[in-house]
Design a protein around this ligand. Sequence first.
Ligand code: SF4
Length: 373
Amino acid sequence: MRLSAHLRRALATHASSPATSPTRHSWTKQEIQKIYDSPLLDLVFRAASVHRQHHDPSKIQLCTLMNIKTGGCSEDCSYCSQSSRYSTPTKASRLVDIEPVLEAARKAKENGSTRFCMGAAWRDLSGRKRGFERILTMVREIRGMGMEVCTTLGMLTPEQARQLKEAGLTAYNHNLDTSREYYPEVITSRSYDDRLDTISAVRDAGISVCSGGILGLGESDKDRVGLIWEVANMPEHPESFPVNALVPIEGTPLENNEPVPYQTILRTISTARIVLPGTIIRLAAGRQTLDETQQAMCFMAGANAVFTGEQMLTTPCSPWDEDKSMMGRWGLVGMGSFEQPNVARKEGAKLEERSAAQQAARVEASGEVQASV
Ligand code: SF4
């Protein structure tokens, strides 16, 4: 029986059974490009169907981001106001003290955020032993509040990743930014492979990976597909894929870039949702440029996390009250801590390790008691 073109299209985009959207790690760029290039509303519909198979579509993760060390960074990321190579309004500051960070985390928790992210503007942690110890304390304390904790601290060694995991870190953000091919147009001070090495160290330490990109850097559709392809073929998909829209900042090389069209943001989110079905898709920087209906369409297509609070790293953020009212109007609620199964699994392993260690310590202690009786 021959199906009419419109019926074939309808069936191709019809909500399918869970068995038809497995998590794959063997995507070709051509396959992803074909998804990306499909008619936009078909793409959104298919993404929404996948989203409903893998996630509770009413849940949005609320994250709050704090810059714990601003500006003065030696890297040359051409979109960033924190690079010391560009003359921008962002002034350099030292690593903040522990208490103001804990205070901000408490406030975020009171307002409904379940993940607290801390960002530091530097290349890596070398020569920052005391600063790193301070950050480990922040991680320990915030994790102790029952929140998910994320950091973005530049390049990491496997040992630093292990220490962060030991302190209770839930996730580490290290964006690939764009495709391997376009990357040298954006950053020259560290390579794509440097970034992949840090991501591997994070994953090997048992920390959830948060790695995504920025749209509007001057990249092409092929580069956006290349970025999704890169993370889709990792041994584990990142637990989180942030989609940022460039907020051009005066003084940076990209200050005059045209805003990325909304349809490109929506297309990228939808494609990522289909290719990375279990991942949290994070509508990150640039969300402020979208109106409520545009944001709702992104949530429909599978975005299920936002940054909320007072400020992103260097760009504005929607305040909690506004976000909560918006979510209420669309029937959305906040996601609980450790609700994402992939993140919970990694945290569970940590909890099991801890309880095994505590059990071993108890056995050892009771042995010592018996030996001394
Ligand atoms: S994005 Fe990060 S690494 Fe790059 S210049 Fe900005 S602070 Fe430095």
